[in-house]
Design a protein around this ligand. Structure first.
Ligand code: FAD
Length: 344
């Protein structure tokens, strides 16, 4: 294994902000993970597992080891009515989705072009265009490098919710996702309920057609991180109880509300931010994207402090105007590990 010390993290996260790590190393197998955690030079240093860094904001230099998860491999079990795919956590997500479509195993086409690695998909239960990872999840394999324990969590045990799962809870601290199981039913049904996909003809729709449509929509709508640094949606869509949602609808009849479990409603955070006139708002080199209010970009040599100040400004304006508290979807990392916007 190749260890590098005092390394720039700029190329290892899609915001592309300046930050450094004490050390960085790639893990290609479970044995590598064990050796990294046992390395005497870094025994007491915090460890951060990273895929492509597409959901990360480094608030300060990280005083620990960044472990790039590069556990690869895909195997297929062909069952009568479904395929069961076993996929290494370090496989790039979009390439895996494209491979599944090319190999006539549809079901993930709505999730095309989401950046990141397969191993991060369960963590925030990635979702787009009417499909969530949870709907295709068979299991998640995890490994605890400190103890050597391994476990397989069923889909139910993962406790998936909207951009949420057990992997965001303290119970999963210290565990690394090593492999993900996907169940793709052979009786394929197109999911065309969301946005521009609703214009497609369900009789004519093919997995490849939907895959291409999703890629085209995303390329047209979202800033490409290789051109303009960002981490996708900075905030989650707030979930409101029915009383809060009704109050909001009475005051703002145009507010976009969507059904959520348990009779709750999700409100489009982008709409709230837009109503506050914050599209295009700048703070240093950071900017609220002029077309996508949910996305904060590294418009021009931003530093993490610019992004943090801008994000706080957005939260405070939306709260003052609507009484709705935005929560960040992006994971914030300080010197020792995970932190929150409020703590910055
Ligand atoms: C342009 C753009 C568009 C996006 N669109 C969407 C979208 O449509 N829907 C959506 O849900 N998300 C979206 N995202 C967010 C992001 O792509 C996903 O959250 C993705 O799953 C992150 O993968 P990653 O490998 O980059 O994770 P990272 O950013 O590297 O890590 C994210 C978190 O997971 C942890 N982690 C990563 N891998 C492991 C592992 N193997 N074991 C344990 N912990 C791990 C990290 O420590 C960190 O806390 C978008 C991001 C961008 C930049």
């Amino acid at each position: 294994m190749k260890w590098l010390s005092d390394v720039s993290l700029t190329p290892h996260h899609t915001f592309g902000l300046p930050a450094r790590a004490q050390a960085i190393v790639e893990a290609h197998c479970v044995q590598d993970l064990q050796e990294i955690w046992q390395a005497s030079d870094y025994h007491n240093s915090p460890k951060l597992v990273v895929g492509e860094g597409s959901n990360l904001l480094f608030c300060q230099d990280f005083e620990g080891v960044v472990v790039l998860n590069r556990l690869k491999g895909i195997t297929i079990d062909n069952h009568a009515d479904h395929y069961l795919l076993h996929v290494g956590a370090g496989e790039p997500w979009h390439a895996f989705v494209a491979w599944s479509i090319d190999n006539a195993m549809p079901g993930l086409e709505n999730l095309a072009l989401i950046p990141g690695c397969v191993g991060a998909a369960p963590i925030q239960n990635i979702g787009a265009y009417g499909v969530e990872f949870a709907e295709r999840c068979a299991y998640v394999d995890i490994y605890h490098p400190d103890t050597g324990n391994q476990r397989r969590l069923s889909c139910d045990e993962c406790q998936f919710g909207y951009r949420d799962s057990i992997f965001k809870t303290p119970a999963m601290q210290g565990w690394v996702i090593t492999q993900v199981g996907f169940r793709l039913d052979k009786a394929w049904k197109p999911v065309l309920k969301y946005g521009a996909l609703a214009e497609l003809d369900s009789q004519q729709a093919t997995p490849k057609g939907i895959f291409d449509a999703v890629c085209a929509i995303r390329r047209a709508k979202l800033p490409d991180p290789s051109v303009c640094g960002n981490a996708g949606s900075f905030f989650k869509n707030p979930v409101l109880d029915s009383e809060q949602a009704t109050k909001l609808k009475v005051s703002y009849p145009d507010v976009p509300l969507f059904s959520a479990p348990l009779g709750q409603k999700k409100v489009a955070a982008g709409w709230l931010i837009d109503q506050c006139g914050l599209k295009g708002k700048r703070q240093g080199g950071a900017r609220v994207h002029p077309q996508q209010a949910l996305v904060i970009t590294n418009a021009e040599n931003a530093i993490s402090d610019d992004v943090i100040r801008l994000a706080k400004h957005v939260v405070s304006h939306v709260y003052t105007r609507f009484g709705v508290r935005l929560e960040h979807e992006v994971r914030l990392i300080d010197q020792q590990g995970e932190t929150t916007l409020e703590a910055q």
